[in-house]
Design a protein around this ligand. Structure first.
Ligand SMILES: C[S@@+](CC[C@H](N)C(=O)[O-])C[C@H]1O[C@@H](n2cnc3c(N)ncnc32)[C@H](O)[C@@H]1O
Length: 356
């Protein structure tokens, strides 16, 4: 081997194992999914103290013994499962794969949305196009096709999207409604979850939703089902068309986990249109998960890997941003950041912006 290790490098024997984990990552990923979805991890979880033999697991799961053995042994070297004599036990990592919601959402997203398309990553890097998207459908961006994705792919996409947004809404609402906005614009409203929270939070507010038509139809159904249809309006749009202005005279404009779907020049174009749509006293609320604002290494890892999805499957030019990159776009569009609320809700940062 040539080249010298950096100062903080691991010992060679640890790096060698890590290298093999990368070399076989797609295989151990599928072994892990199979252990989870065929019930092996659940069987081990139920018998935690005494553990189970391979024969007993095959009986409980009704799987062939050969298949159970290859999966269990893969689980052992992948640190999901421990072996003591003839018995297998669940380790902490196995328990996380089985029970931790974030891990499940991320694994399903990787398996159902990303897996096949990511094989085209090299093309994406050299062309700047989402080369993997053709594995899912014939669209220019994934957002055009969200409501036409195969059911399992769509389920995992929405679960991933909602997991990283929904729990933040209750912390955001008091901030946004402190200024008592009468007209609120939800830009990139998706299935209408935040718009619905606003309509339920304040019985006076009028909410306008912008998104692709398919997403807006889902939002309309959700909002009408709760009886708030009269205070909501829907504006189908492709944000990539810079001539499409937003409905004006807004007191509050909300963009949550939205600007990360665009390249920097597109972000500036969207923000300039938002500025024109905002009343003089209005405020723009931008909520994002910046990779440089994270407390936990797991969060940084998830965000950085998500950028690869944006590149290869979503649209070829967007990513999870560093906070300073977004700050520069906000300023280029003629806003100033009045409050920078770092991690106001778990991993989310809110920029409260005013025109000028
Ligand atoms: C990642 S989701 C975020 C949704 C929501 N704001 C949240 O916090 O969960 C981004 C949304 O922007 C919409 N979007 C992305 N690019 C778009 C475009 N070019 N035109 C219209 N809508 C777009 C997508 O359809 C999607 O609903």
């Amino acid at each position: 081997m040539t080249g010298r290790p950096g100062r903080d490098d691991k010992p060679l024997y640890e790096a060698l194992i890590d290298a093999q984990k990368l070399a076989f990552a797609p295989l151990s990923f599928h072994a892990t999914l199979a252990l989870r979805d065929l019930g092996v991890l659940a069987a081990l979880a139920e018998s935690r103290a005494e553990g189970l033999t391979a024969e007993r697991i095959a009986e409980v799961t009704r799987l062939p013994l050969y298949g159970v053995k290859v999966l269990l042994e893969a689980g052992v070297v992948a640190d999901l499962i421990a072996i003591e004599g003839e018995r297998f036990h669940l380790r902490q990592l196995g328990l996380l794969v089985l029970r931790d919601r974030m891990t499940r959402v991320n694994m399903d997203f990787t398996a159902d949305v990303c897996y096949r398309g990511m094989a085209h990553l090299r093309d994406t890097i050299t062309t700047g196009k989402p080369a993997g998207l053709r594995e899912l459908g014939p669209w220019k961006t994934i957002y055009e096709g969200l409501t036409q994705l195969p059911p399992q792919v769509q389920k995992s996409w929405f679960a991933f999207d909602h997991y990283y947004s929904d729990h933040m809404f209750p912390n955001a609402l008091p901030r946004v409604f402190a200024e008592r906005p009468r007209r609120l614009l939800d830009v990139g409203a998706n299935t209408g979850k935040f718009a619905l929270s606003c309509l339920e939070h304040d019985p006076q507010v009028q909410v306008s939703l912008l998104d692709h038509p398919g997403q807006l139809e889902l939002a309309r159904q959700a909002i009408e089902a709760k009886g708030h249809g009269a205070r909501a309006s829907y504006h189908p749009i492709d944000f990539l068309d810079p001539s499409r202005e937003f409905p004006g005279n807004q007191d509050a404009i909300w963009m949550s986990q939205f600007l990360d779907c665009f390249g920097e020049d597109e972000i500036v174009s969207i923000l300039q249109r938002a500025r024109r749509a905002l009343s003089a006293q209005g405020r723009l609320y931008i909520v994002e998960t910046y990779w440089d604002h994270q407390e936990h290494a797991a969060a940084r890892f998830v965000l950085t890997m998500t950028s690869l999805y944006f590149a290869c499957l979503a649209n070829g030019n967007s990513k999870m941003y560093r906070s300073e990159d977004m700050r520069a776009c906000v300023q280029r569009a003629g806003f100033s950041i009045e409050h920078d609320l770092q991690r106001f809700s778990a991993s989310h940062t809110m920029f409260v912006c005013r025109p000028g």
